[in-house]
Design a protein around this ligand. Structure first.
Ligand code: LIP
Length: 270
């Protein structure tokens, strides 16, 4: 079994290659290939090309591993490891040429289920800014090779909190209702548009906290490890691991202040 650092090397290499491809396609002009859950939930040809590049590279270097990708679905492996990939996280930003999208590549041990997996390594690459966020389990988190840490000691009224919204109009209405409840209690709210970059922002102190309901495994697999290795607590609904029902990430002190508010709202949601 390779070490987390050896796996991180593979994740970072393939993420960088896919990011370079996606950036070139962005410069060439972006085509929508299809829409998915709703008319606004789009997939571009670059999403598909980037995931094909990553999948092919991993099949060559790690043929016995499993794969779970946003665009091509899942395939079980026999090694006990699964690569969890979002080829372009922040697809709407990518389509609008807003420089806040990233390639997210993680490798997990066990089933590719956020409720049970153990993430061993993750890389998030934002080619628009040249930023490469990385982490290996127990190895810390880095931005372009330099160690990063969460903001410690931030109280709720001074917290800058990130969040996001799903594509379904009814879900968006309910998510917006919680923002209305939360926004008077914190410094401010930011909606960056890519969960992986939200989590990396918590990891390097550009956000004090981030929460979202409805994320897919590939949205947070790498970013959650990066945030955790930078000192964040990352959790879900009712004390469960982070997952589709809820993801909350913050330094431990702020997590303890924010979690009761988020749980009180999102537990009523279920
Ligand atoms: C996005 C997430 C983001 C969420 C968006 C979208 P995608 O992923 O990263 O946090 O708010 O609605 O789901 O669809 O760009 O890969």
């Amino acid at each position: 079994m390779p070490t987390p650092n050896e796996l991180l090397e593979i994740a970072t290499t393939v993420a960088r290659r896919a990011a370079a491809l996606a950036l070139q396609r962005r410069r060439d002009g972006v085509e929508i290939a299809a829409s998915k859950s709703t008319i606004t939930d789009i997939v571009t040809r670059a999403d598909q090309e980037a995931e094909d590049l990553i999948r092919g590279a991993l099949e060559a270097s790690r043929p016995r591993d499993g794969f779970l990708g946003e665009e091509s679905g899942g395939e079980r492996g026999s090694s006990g490891l699964t690569w969890v990939v979002d080829p372009i996280d922040g697809t709407v930003n990518y389509f609008y040429d807003i420089p806040a999208w990233a390639v997210s590549v993680a490798v997990v041990e066990g089933d590719p289920d956020p409720a049970t997996w153990r993430t061993l390594a993750g890389a998030v690459v934002n080619p628009s800014t040249g930023e490469v966020f990385t982490a290996s389990l127990g190895g810390g988190a880095r931005l372009n090779g330099e160690p990063i840490r969460v903001n410690e000691g931030v109280e709720l009224p001074l917290a800058l909190v990130g969040t996001g919204f799903g594509y379904d109009p009814e879900i968006r209405r309910k998510q917006a209702a919680f923002v209305t409840e939360l926004i008077p209690q914190v410094r401010d709210v930011r909606r960056i548009g890519a969960a992986s970059l939200d989590l990396c922002s918590v990891a390097c102190g550009r956000l004090d906290a981030y929460y979202e309901r409805g994320l897919n495994p590939w949205d947070h697999a790498a970013g959650a490890l990066i945030a955790q290795e930078a000192g964040a607590t990352v959790g879900g609904l009712d004390g469960a691991p982070a997952g589709k029902a809820l993801l909350l990430a913050a330094a431990p002190g702020l997590y303890g202040q924010l979690d009761p508010l988020v749980q009180a709202y999102y537990q009523r949601w279920e």
